[in-house]
Design a protein around this ligand. Structure first.
Ligand code: GLV
Ligand code: MN
Ligand code: MN
Length: 444
């Protein structure tokens, strides 16, 4: 595999398209946590798997679109102007008293297969709650406030994370949308067309920095730092990057009974060794902080009585250190090549996505810190192990990320849980942070 290079940047104009609501009434209880709880329940019910199997709402499926429609309907009900961009992001605007750069907040609604009901959704629900509080309390602001629901944040379907936010960052070329495919071979461009989007016009989803001043995302932590430290809020300074790739191992399929051990080229045994090498490298003290995961292993032909002739190892390497992230990925490939040579199998390596770690701007962090301090002294600064839309948005406009606790640190599983009270607190802090940005000298 050639050494992995960094991505390019670019900016293009925005062209909105119209959007209709989802027809589910906005919860209006006087209690913020109760409203949040109701919104979470409604969104959790929009899933391709049964409730006990967790939420399945993959990127660019009709199910993801249905969730966008519901939230678009809620923003509409609050009285905001709602539109969908060509990449499938839903954007609602509450006009400011002046025509200044917008201040944004938001997150995503898609999930991993059999995932949780909070990852991304907490930030979207917090955005709706903030928009509702602004209207109900008649809070005026000079900058327009924009509430964004990003499309396709999870890399689960296409191996490519943050598809919608990558579009707003102007980092997609239309031809790349044809090259990225899901496990069924459906290209991202085709998937987008099937839900009525326009991949050929992806560049038009780009945000221009003259239109946008700052962005803050609320997200569940997806780890156990806040809970174990007794903190209620996390202010993120650093977001891990990820390099995702597949090592496709080709061996020789044959009969499991009649083929002597000495005459085998077992693709799965080689894949198993590669998996352990990835774990070994991440556990090496020189890689402190690197996380390597084989989250998927596909074996062919997949019969108990046939030696596997092919195995595909799906790898995810994450780090807060950009160079170490790419070096680790390259080291896994070099070690895999040695394993392949020794075992008489061949390899093909395909890079699926490569995102750099991001240091978030100090001044936005400071604004979020002040907003937290006004609510509680139980906050801390921390890094994020997971990827976030904020990472991509920050390439265009200064951005920040606020965490609320996750029970037991579990995420991407049905057991994922954050309390509505914690998300309500986070929503109030988020509103406070947006209002502080509205008055911030950097944005006036
Ligand atoms: C998103 O949740 C990711 O980091 O995979
Ligand atoms: Mn997320
Ligand atoms: Mn996720």
């Amino acid at each position: 595999m050639p050494d992995i290079a960094l991505e390019d940047t670019g900016e293009k104009p925005v062209t909105p398209t119209g959007r209709e609501g989802g027809g589910i009434e906005l919860p209006s209880s006087a209690d913020l946590a109760a409203r949040i709880d109701t919104m979470l329940r409604i969104l959790a019910s929009i899933s391709d798997t049964a409730p006990e199997e967790g939420v399945t709402r993959l990127a660019f499926t009709p199910t993801e679109r249905a969730a966008h429609d519901v939230v678009a309907g809620w923003f509409d009900e609050i009285g905001l102007t709602v539109r969908q961009d060509v990449a499938g992001n839903t954007i609602a605007e509450d006009a400011g008293t002046d025509s200044l750069q917008a201040i944004g907040t938001g997150s995503h609604l898609d999930s991993v297969p059999r995932g949780g009901r909070f990852d991304g959704i907490a930030g979207v629900v917090a955005s709706v709650a903030v928009a509702q509080m602004l209207k109900e309390q008649g809070i005026s602001h000079t900058h327009p406030f924009r509430f964004v629901v990003f499309a396709g944040e999870e890399g689960a379907r296409f191996g490519q994370p943050c598809i919608g936010s990558k579009a707003v960052a102007g980092l997609w070329q239309p031809e790349h949308l044809d090259e990225v495919t899901d496990a069924e071979g459906v290209s991202l461009a085709e998937a987008m067309r099937l839900v009525g989007l326009e991949p050929g016009r992806i560049a038009e989803a780009s945000w221009r920095d003259k239109d946008w001043g700052a962005f803050v995302e609320l997200h569940v932590e997806q780890g156990a730092v806040l809970e174990t430290q007794g903190s209620l809020l996390g202010i993120v300074d650093l977001i891990s990057g990820s390099t995702r790739f597949e090592i496709d191992v080709a061996g020789r399929a044959s009969h499991s009974g009649s083929t002597p051990m000495s005459l085998r080229a077992d693709a799965l045994s080689a894949a198993a060794e590669i998996t352990l090498v990835a774990e070994e490298l991440a556990n090496d003290s020189r890689h402190r902080g690197t996380r390597c995961t084989v989250g998927k292993l596909t074996v062919f032909p997949g019969s108990i009585t046939t030696i596997p002739g092919r195995a595909v190892v799906h790898l995810d390497v994450r780090d807060v250190d950009s160079a170490r992230q790419r070096q680790t990925a390259n080291q896994i490939v070099r070690r895999a090549e040695l394993i392949a040579e020794r075992r008489g199998v061949t390899l093909e390596v395909r890079l699926r996505s490569d995102t750099s770690p991001v240091v978030l701007p100090t001044w936005i962090r400071q604004v979020i810190t002040e907003a937290c301090q006004e609510h509680t002294d139980r906050w801390r600064v921390m890094s994020s192990g997971a990827s976030h839309d904020t990472q991509l948005v920050n390439t265009v406009i200064p951005s920040g990320l606020l965490f609320v606790p996750s029970r037991g640190g579990l995420s991407h599983v049905p057991e994922e849980w954050s309390s509505a009270a914690d998300i309500a607190r986070g929503s109030e802090v988020l509103l406070n942070a947006l209002l502080k940005l509205d008055a911030h000298p950097h944005l006036t």
